[in-house]
Design a protein around this ligand. Structure first.
Ligand SMILES: [Fe+2]
Length: 177
C-alpha cells in the first residue's frame, strides 16, 4: 500500500476546514435570501441571528488556520453547494405558500445537520492531534449550529408546521363548503 504522498489525519482536518470555510461563506450568502422569504417574524429573527453567528464562525475558522500555520483558503464543497441549491429550488417552489416557512426550516436544517456532522468529526480530529485551541474553536461553532438547529425544530413544532397544513383554522366550526 505504498503511496507517493502519505495523507494523515492532520491532512484530513485541514481539508475539512477548507471545505467548511468555503461552506460557511456560501451559507452567509444564502441566509439573507431565506430571511427575506420567511413569513414568520420569529423565523426571520432566528435566520438573521444565525447570519451574524456565521460571520463569527468564519472568523473562528480563520483562527483555526492561523493556529495550524496555514493560510485560510476555501475548497469547493460539493455537498454544501448541493444542499444550498436544493434550498433555492425549495424556496422557488414553496415560497409564499402556506408551506413556505416549513420549507425554509426543511432546507435550513439540512444545512445545520451537515455542519454538525462535519464539525463533530473535525473537533474530534483536532482533539486527537492535541490541537486544543483548534478543538475549542470548532466546539464553539458546533454548539452554535446545534442551538440553531434546536431553534428551528422549536419553531416548526410551535406552529409553523401546523400553519403549513393549509387548513384555515379560523374557519373551524363554520359550515363546510
Ligand atoms: Fe455554520
Amino acid at each position: 500500500m505504498a503511496t507517493t504522498t502519505d495523507k494523515t489525519l492532520e491532512d484530513l482536518l485541514e481539508h475539512g476546514l477548507k471545505d467548511m470555510y468555503y461552506a460557511e461563506k456560501a451559507i452567509l450568502k444564502a441566509l439573507p435570501k431565506m430571511a427575506k422569504a420567511a413569513q414568520d417574524d420569529d423565523l426571520r429573527d432566528a435566520i438573521e441571528k444565525h447570519r451574524k453567528e456565521t460571520e463569527g464562525q468564519i472568523e473562528n475558522l480563520e483562527k483555526c488556520f492561523e493556529a495550524m500555520d496555514k493560510k485560510p483558503t476555501g475548497e469547493k464543497c460539493d455537498a454544501m453547494d448541493g444542499i444550498l441549491k436544493e434550498g433555492d429550488s425549495l424556496l422557488k417552489e414553496f415560497g409564499g405558500t402556506p408551506a413556505g416557512d416549513a420549507a425554509i426550516i426543511f432546507a435550513a436544517q439540512a444545512v445545520e445537520h451537515y455542519e454538525i456532522t462535519r464539525y463533530g468529526s473535525l473537533r474530534t480530529y483536532a482533539e486527537m492531534l492535541g490541537m486544543d485551541d483548534v478543538a475549542d474553536l470548532l466546539n464553539e461553532i458546533l454548539e452554535e449550529e446545534a442551538a440553531a438547529d434546536e431553534t428551528l425544530s422549536d419553531l416548526a413544532e410551535d406552529g409553523i408546521n401546523d400553519a403549513a397544513m393549509g387548513d384555515d383554522d379560523e374557519g373551524e366550526g363554520e359550515g363546510e363548503e
